[in-house]
Write a protein that binds this ligand. Structure first.
Ligand code: FUC
Length: 744
């Protein structure tokens, strides 16, 4: 009996150890406080409420945002606004400190600051809770009565702050009538807390507290329904209720609920490359970054992979708005490009990782956004293109349907790809029928009406523009390829649902008449119908390769000639560029199945960028806080980088599930878990050693047929046949069925 019990314990311990072995340290850290918002402070967020943590010792600043605080309306684009700041000044701010550490832990979504002062250890923990809809900061110290100081709340639109119970609050109205409110509450242990008036402004005064917790809530009365005038509930009572509910919880329960919620998403996917090296966690991220060299610190490469997932979880949650150009983080009322929803690559890139990196709920806000914009976009499109059905968009977009800069006619068709992909990955037919199909159809109708039929029978997108260069003219490759993608997605959707058969046939016929991609005089894939591509043109947009990625018109297997031309064009475009452009190039090289070149771009991406000024020429990289530098900070690069790594390890756009399609030589050993593939498959585990697969476990989520392509011969649940491109297994599957292979 005793023996059995002992064995049980041993098995438990072994399991715990092996579970822990899977948890790698995923920490971004520094040994000094941040002084710069964009390049040094650490972002936390719960999808709509976000903050940048500076970690100042004598004076702390928590700069916060709420995703719907926008100026503008259906006519004016306006801009995403900064919300406000929480300032904490301690009385002993002049005392020197030692042993300082500021860290953002991606495993828990906690930011921590710790230091010592006069022999006492001080610690703080910051998190943005999705279940409680608040930001919390917990302050503790190694001795009693350690905290004395003042806390202020400031509003970026100068509304008056007032005292409220045990805290402060502010409520105001923007010029467009949008109401907003924020509240800050304090709970303390030991000492006293009072609200005092100082220079006519209420402040929280702390005297000799042993520790304290701040809870911040913020909201607006934005509602994503046009029929309700884009307005909903008064935000102040919403904020007060959230604060009350948070106050009724203990700090540790608040924190546990946050970690549990966050990990339920984050823990679904993991990536381990080689073994962690000394170059890794021992150094502050800033130094690690400046010492980074290809092939040495794979831990930094995987840290950035998971950072993309962290940032999407933190800026895109069910029921909320999608991640904008800066996610949700913004310290200016006049941010670069309005911190908007840019429709000619940026919002799309933000979402490339969501489905394959197993964050499907984070994908939904983008789809809800598209849906909420339809009515206004239809009106605007009618004014520009009278008589067409459906709708499209301009380049710069806000949250009320307002838009500016040039018409970006293929913009809505590119949005439509996300609607289809959500089905392709998750195979939810109800979603396709009820939500996606009507939108796919109306965008298809727009192009059915808008396309120009030439006398020779070919069909072209009229008056297009290859973003953001070249002339305005008919048949621009970017437009042709996006329309091809839309028509492919639409006809597949109609076939799945077995509806609109005649119309789908018409669209399929129209697709076959689209002016086809052309190969030009230096073997390149032409960007325009006229063969004028300049081999020295290194423009950051690589729009004419849409069909390679994120489209599926050109694939290594099915269109090798076009893929070779795309490769010529890509080589000419060069490797270094702005942040998002490099992320896109990683994805392109992965789709060209050249892992070493994808890895070369990845290395260029992991470059410590200095400047925060707008730079279009080879200024891209990452900052000390690992946020991507366009420059300036733009989140698409972070999120596109993660998508690029997925594309190197798993592809499923060409009707087959291809494992390790673009593995670079530098990643000799590795394990990835939890990625998703189109057709409703999950990679339970994919491990490789010395570049060869040692273990593959797949789960069929939806019972759809499996078509697996592996670079290696494997032994396991299904036999693999040798082919020109590798080893293939095909089979019918049942939902929930698991398939296992090894290399013996
Ligand atoms: C596109 C790009 C720019 C920038 C802007 C937000 O227009 O051309 O580089 O990323 O979006």
């Amino acid at each position: 009996m005793k023996k059995v019990w002992m064995m049980g314990c041993l098995i438990m311990v072994a399991r715990l150890l092996s579970a822990q072995a899977n948890v790698q340290p995923l920490t971004i850290w520094d040994n000094r406080p941040a002084t710069d918002w964009m390049t040094q402070a650490y972002p936390i967020g719960n999808g709509s409420l976000g903050a940048m943590v500076f970690g100042g010792v004598g004076r702390e600043r928590l700069q916060f945002n709420e995703s719907s605080l926008w100026t503008g309306d259906e006519q004016e684009t306006g801009a995403y606004q900064a919300f406000g700041d929480v300032w904490i000044s301690f009385d002993d701010s002049a005392t020197a400190f030692t042993h300082y550490k500021r860290e953002l832990d991606l495993n828990t979504a906690l930011t921590k600051v710790s230091y010592e002062k006069s022999g006492t250890r001080f610690t703080r923990t910051y998190w943005a809770s999705h279940p409680q809809q608040v930001i919390a900061v917990n302050f503790t110290a190694g001795k009693k009565g350690a905290y004395s100081g003042e806390i202020r709340l400031t509003d970026m639109h100068q509304a008056a702050v007032s005292a409220s119970g045990k805290g402060l609050q502010v409520a105001g109205v923007l010029n467009n009538g949008l109401k907003y409110a924020a509240g800050l509450q304090i709970k303390h242990i030991g000492g006293t807390v009072q609200i005092l008036q100082k220079d006519g402004v209420p402040v929280i005064r702390i005297n000799k507290a042993d520790g304290f917790t701040l809870v911040l809530a913020a909201a607006t009365n934005y509602n994503n329904q046009r029929s309700l005038g884009w307005r909903g509930a008064d935000p102040l009572p919403v904020v007060q209720k959230r604060l009350e509910q948070a106050a009724s919880e203990t700090v540790s329960r608040l924190q546990q609920a946050h970690i549990k919620d966050y990990q339920s998403c984050f823990n679904r996917a993991s990536l381990q490359l080689g073994t962690a090296t000394k170059a890794g966690n021992g150094l502050p991220t800033r130094e690690r970054l400046s010492q980074y060299k290809a092939g040495v610190d794979a831990g930094l490469e995987t840290l950035l992979f998971q950072y993309g997932r962290y940032l999407l979880i933190s800026s895109s949650r069910l029921g909320g708005l999608p991640a904008n150009l800066q996610g949700i983080w913004n310290d200016s009322n006049n941010p670069p490009w309005r911190s908007d929803y840019h429709s000619n690559i940026n919002i799309q890139m933000n979402y490339w990782l969501a489905l394959p990196a197993n964050l499907p709920e984070m994908h939904q806000p983008y789809l809800d956004y598209i849906n909420s914009m339809r009515a206004v976009k239809k009106d605007n499109t009618q004014k520009q293109y009278p008589g067409v059905r459906g709708w499209t968009v301009k380049t710069e977009n806000n949250i009320f349907g307002g838009e500016s800069f040039l018409w970006n006619t293929p913009g809505s068709a590119w949005y439509a790809q996300a609607l289809w992909e959500h089905y392709a990955f998750l195979q939810d037919t109800n979603y396709l029928r009820q939500f996606a199909y009507p939108v796919l159809k109306e965008i298809t109708e727009f192009w059915d009406d808008h396309l120009k039929r030439r006398p020779d029978g070919t069909v072209v997108a009229p008056n297009g523009w290859s973003p953001e260069h070249g002339p305005h003219e008919d048949g621009v490759s970017h437009d042709q390829q996006i329309v091809y993608d839309l028509f492919t997605n639409y006809t597949e959707a109609a076939a799945v649902l077995k509806i609109d058969t005649a119309y789908a046939r018409h669209i399929s016929e129209l697709r076959s008449r689209l002016l086809a991609p052309k190969i030009g005089k230096w073997g390149q894939l032409q960007e325009w119908e006229t063969d004028r591509d300049d081999p020295k043109d290194q423009h950051r947009h690589v729009s004419h390769l849409f069909g390679l990625h994120p489209g599926r018109q050109f694939t290594v297997t099915h269109t090798p000639g076009l893929v070779a031309a795309a490769k010529k064009s890509l080589i000419a475009r060069g490797d270094a560029s702005t942040g998002w452009s490099m992320a896109w190039k990683m994805n392109f090289w992965a789709r060209l199945q050249d892992g070493d070149h994808a890895y070369k771009i990845l290395n260029n991406f992991i470059r410590l960028a200095g400047s925060g000024n707008v730079n279009y020429d080879n200024g891209g990289g990452v900052y000390e806080n690992l946020l991507c530098a366009h420059p300036p900070f733009q989140i698409d690069g972070n999120l596109g980088y993660t998508a690029g790594i997925v594309e190197m390890l798993l592809q499923s756009h060409a009707g087959e599930l291809q494992v390790l399609p673009a593995l670079p030589a530098a990643w000799r050993d590795g394990t990835v878990k939890g990625l998703r593939a189109r057709g409703g498959f999950e990679i339970v585990e994919l491990s490789w050693k010395q570049g060869h697969i040692t273990k593959l476990v797949l789960r069929s989520e939806s019972g759809k047929p499996l078509n697996l392509l592996s670079p290696d011969q494997l032994k396991g649940d299904l036999p693999l046949r040798r082919e020109a491109n590798g080893y293939r297994a095909t089979a019918a599957t049942r939902a929930g069925q698991v398939f296992r292979w090894g290399n013996r």
